[in-house]
Design a protein around this ligand. Structure first.
Ligand code: ASP
Length: 311
């Protein structure tokens, strides 16, 4: 099988076909031993420099992009909104053009604005990697979720994955939907009608199917994996919903006990323990793969940076 043409940027999983996604996942699997410190860091991108532009808060994504770049041998400069000239009114594009003019080799970008990384990709010569843009996509989270699911379930073909919670405001859900359906998994979106708009049913091209269910208890026994999401309060979602949301969609031990024996539980973080997920479920070593997701994130980000820096 010939490998797909070079990837210029990674802005989303929408539009990436199965061979492209599989190629990135295969590259991630090769990097996994180094990501967890069980193999020497490859270090072959020494002399490369990556700018990490995080104009929205982050714990896992920012630190794992930094670790990934450093394991590849690259140096990393972190730029946050406060402390950069963004706080003086400089636009994202001007900031990025300045970093390109300094000679950075790639820009990892998180913005509150959906489409921010696309804007930069249209104007810059250097590779742009989206680290999450507004409510739109979070492609490396999507890839690390796919890697985690493949490790837990092997092939994703014909598997059923539930994504539960604030789908409307979740960039993770969008990337997961595109990635999962491209690899042949079916996706059921679960949440209240206000947080699961009907239009989401038709956002992906397949071959996997997408459908919507408002009653979590009806799908629990049918799924091979369940990805639970927090309500995105910073996007003004779910005001006044907390108690009802927990009762209707919170993942507790009773609900987890009704899932198939092999089914796994995932969360992209940050978790609101006691809200969308109970601690006993989040920390259950037999079902929860939440920390494996985090580990896989380093390998996936190594794979993405490696692919983009290779040119
Ligand atoms: N960390 C993920 C994101 O940046 C999920 C979340 O914040 O709920 O989208």
């Amino acid at each position: 099988m010939s490998s797909p043409p070079r990837l210029p940027h990674l802005l989303g999983l929408e539009g990436l076909d199965a061979p492209r996604i599989e190629e990135l996942l295969e590259r991630s699997r090769l990097f996994l031993p180094a990501a967890v410190g069980h193999a020497p860091p490859p270090g072959h991108h020494a002399h490369r420099m990556v700018a990490n532009l995080f104009f929205e808060d982050s714990t896992r994504t920012r630190s794992s992009f930094a670790r990934a770049a450093m394991l590849l041998g690259a140096k990393v400069v972190d730029l946050l909104e406060s402390g950069s000239s963004a706080s003086k009114g400089e636009t994202l594009l001007d900031t990025a053009l300045n970093l390109q003019a300094m000679g950075f080799d790639a820009l990892v970008v998180r913005t509150a604005a959906s489409g921010g990384p696309h804007l930069l990709a249209a104007h810059l010569r250097k590779p742009i990697v989206s680290a999450g843009d507004g409510r739109h996509e979070h492609p490396t989270q999507g890839l690390l979720d796919l890697l985690t699911l493949q490790k837990a379930l092997n092939s994703l073909q014909g598997r059923v994955v539930a994504i539960v919670g604030d789908i409307a405001n979740s960039r993770v859900a969008r990337s997961d939907i595109h990635g999962l359906t491209a690899l042949g998994a079916d996706v059921v979106l679960v949440g209240p009608p206000t947080l699961v708009p009907a239009a989401l049913r038709s956002i992906a091209d397949g071959p996997g199917r997408v459908w919507i269910e408002h009653d979590l208890d009806r799908v629990l026994g049918e799924v091979d994996a369940l990805i639970t999401l927090r309500v995105q309060m910073e996007r003004a979602a779910g005001t006044g919903l907390a108690g009802d949301f927990r009762a209707m969609y919170g993942l507790n031990t009773f609900r987890a006990g009704r899932m198939k024996p092999h089914a796994v539980i995932m969360h992209p973080g940050p978790m609101n323990r006691g809200q969308e997920i109970e601690s006993l479920v989040a920390d259950d070593p037999t079902r929860s793969v939440i920390l494996q997701q985090v580990t896989h994130g380093v390998a996936v980000r190594m794979a993405v940076l490696d692919a983009l820096l290779a040119s």
